[in-house]
Design a protein around this ligand. Structure first.
Ligand SMILES: Cc1cc2nc3c(=O)[nH]c(=O)nc-3n(C[C@H](O)[C@H](O)[C@H](O)COP(=O)(O)OP(=O)(O)OC[C@H]3O[C@@H](n4cnc5c(N)ncnc54)[C@H](O)[C@@H]3O)c2cc1C
Length: 479
């Protein structure tokens, strides 16, 4: 093991005494994966990375750090796109990674709940629910790595929010360790409990700044009996919104996803995947991936999908459609959608704006923001995609093919994100719909939140973490 400086020795010994030497990581090689963010943009340093295996161990770690004024960075699957899960470069922090706390503790098929440790990956949670004939509906592209604790801490959204809500809507109880080591628990699985403030809400979306989530009780839904999926070329963003209205009207509650995809987004992902054919023959500027799910049989669900498409054709909203004819088609269509994010990361040089506006304004927003960006950078590839059904798009202009990523970002990041975020804000929207704030969007909080909101946030932070030890420098700008 690499020698640690003298100042770190006492930290390391204390952590080893709590979690065991085999659950501590030090030195550059062993900590690299924990101090570098998913996109390789944020790189920090840690005194030590600890991997506790129980809530009791997390509590002892935080007690020790509190007593010794050592900052702590909670970490789940480290798939955050905002730099929130990695330490700064001061080398003073202890990173607490939850991946060893990965047990599903109970699936209660009568209460329709599941109790899990926070380090269970989203895909493992979904798998455990499915094994009991239930659905845990959160669905995001990083599900193989991200963890329930991280999903709660970022209030993750994804492609099924339209039908089931985001992470905040999917949780009934939380266990969290406070910055001083005390354990808060509401792991009771109650759908009704009006006994005062709903304290668990404080930890959801707090990005690890108020405590470390160690467990949760999650809501389960019935597994749908049938799924119908189509990739639909639409006339434009306004036609997409109108089609969504038709889909809701004709299918009741069956629309489970409605994802916008711009032509540059489709071209990028097909180029990245290499071996996947475009589902639609012609090139179209705008497409939507529509998914219906229901408890009825496949035949009637497919008939509903066809009725929606026919109505869309009839009204001139739909230009063409590819309906998935098999499970393999469904998987291919979803793969195309879900790999867009990685295709951008690997290409490099995209300006990520994760914005939301009320659904009634989303079409106008996409059109105005696109025109504004193209007026600045005429050759930008307008990679725009995402959860249009929730009024949330990932509006991510990508560098022109002949410009290097770093030059493009240096020249255009600031003007483009200011323009796009400004239009979202002016449309009563949010400049971070589902990815959180972390470090990347911290300055925007000051720009777009009112003084009262900022003061209240700091008051909550001080009440729970008066020494500012939990994930310092994340979410909240200096007071
Ligand atoms: C390919 C790809 C697709 C994605 N798609 C989506 C999407 O559709 N929707 C969406 O919302 N996000 C998406 N994301 C972003 C990311 O996956 C989510 O934010 C996810 O919820 C983060 O979970 P994590 O376990 O990786 O958390 P991390 O990245 O480890 O941490 C995120 C934040 O939560 C804190 N944290 C983590 N665990 C805990 C804990 N147990 N207690 C307290 N704080 C904790 C960290 O300190 C950090 O601030 C995507 C990311 C990728 C790479």
């Amino acid at each position: 093991m690499q020698a640690v400086p003298k100042t770190q020795e006492s930290t390391l010994r204390a952590m080893e005494a709590i979690v065991g030497a085999n659950a501590c990581r030090t030195g550059e090689a062993d900590t690299q994966a924990y101090v570098t963010d998913y996109r390789g943009i944020y790189r920090g340093q840690a005194q030590v990375v600890v991997l506790p295996s129980s809530t009791e161990q997390v509590s002892q770690v935080l007690q020790w750090c509190h007593a010794n004024r050592v900052p702590v960075v909670p970490q789940g699957g480290n798939t955050s796109l905002m730099g929130g899960a990695v330490p700064d470069d001061s080398g003073t922090a202890v990173v607490v990674n939850l991946s060893r706390m990965n047990r599903v503790l109970e699936v209660d098929t009568i209460n329709d709940t599941m109790t899990v440790q926070a380090g269970v990956t989203l895909s493992a949670a979904r798998g455990a629910a499915e094994a009991e004939g239930r659905l845990f509906p959160l669905r995001i592209g990083s599900e193989g790595s991200c963890q329930i604790g991280g999903n709660l801490s970022t209030n993750a959204g994804g492609t099924a929010v339209l039908r089931y809500g985001n992470m905040r809507d999917l949780v009934l109880g939380i266990e969290a360790v406070l910055p001083d080591g005390r354990i808060f628990s509401s792991l009771r699985g109650l759908r009704k409990d009006n006994t005062g403030y709903d304290l668990k809400q404080l930890f959801i979306g707090a990005e690890g700044t108020l405590g470390i989530i160690t467990g949760a009780v999650l809501k389960l839904m019935p597994q749908p009996r049938s799924t119908a999926v189509a990739l639909v070329a639409v006339k434009g963003p306004a036609a997409a919104v109108a089609l969504l209205g038709e889909a809701k009207r004709l299918s009741g509650q069956a629309v489970s996803a409605f994802e916008l995809i711009s032509r540059p987004a489709l071209e990028l992902v097909l180029e990245y995947l290499g071996n996947v054919a475009a589902p639609l023959q012609d090139r179209h500027d705008w497409m939507v991936l529509v998914e219906l799910t229901s408890g009825t049989d496949a035949e009637s669900l497919n008939a509903t999908l066809m009725e929606i498409l026919e109505s869309g054709f009839g009204q001139g909203l739909v230009l063409d459609a590819a309906v998935a004819a098999s499970l393999s088609d469904v998987q291919t269509f979803w793969r195309i959608r879900e790999e867009i994010s990685d295709a951008q990361t690997r290409t490099g040089g995209s300006i990520k704006c994760d914005v939301s506006v009320p659904l009634s304004r989303i079409a106008a927003f996409v059109e105005e923001a696109s025109a504004g960006v193209l007026a600045l950078v005429p050759d930008a590839r307008m990679v725009i995609y995402g959860h249009m059904g929730d009024g949330n798009v990932h509006f991510n202009p990508l560098r022109p093919r002949d410009q290097a990523a770093k030059d493009f970002l240096a020249q255009w990041y600031e003007p483009v994100s200011t323009l796009v975020d400004g239009l979202a804000y002016a449309g009563n929207g949010s400049v971070s719909a589902e990815h959180g704030i972390g470090v990347a969007k911290r300055d925007d909080l000051v720009r777009y939140k009112s003084q009262v909101e900022l003061e209240l946030m700091w008051q909550v932070k001080r009440a729970l973490d008066p020494m500012n030890l939990l994930n310092p420098g994340k979410v909240l700008p200096a007071p």
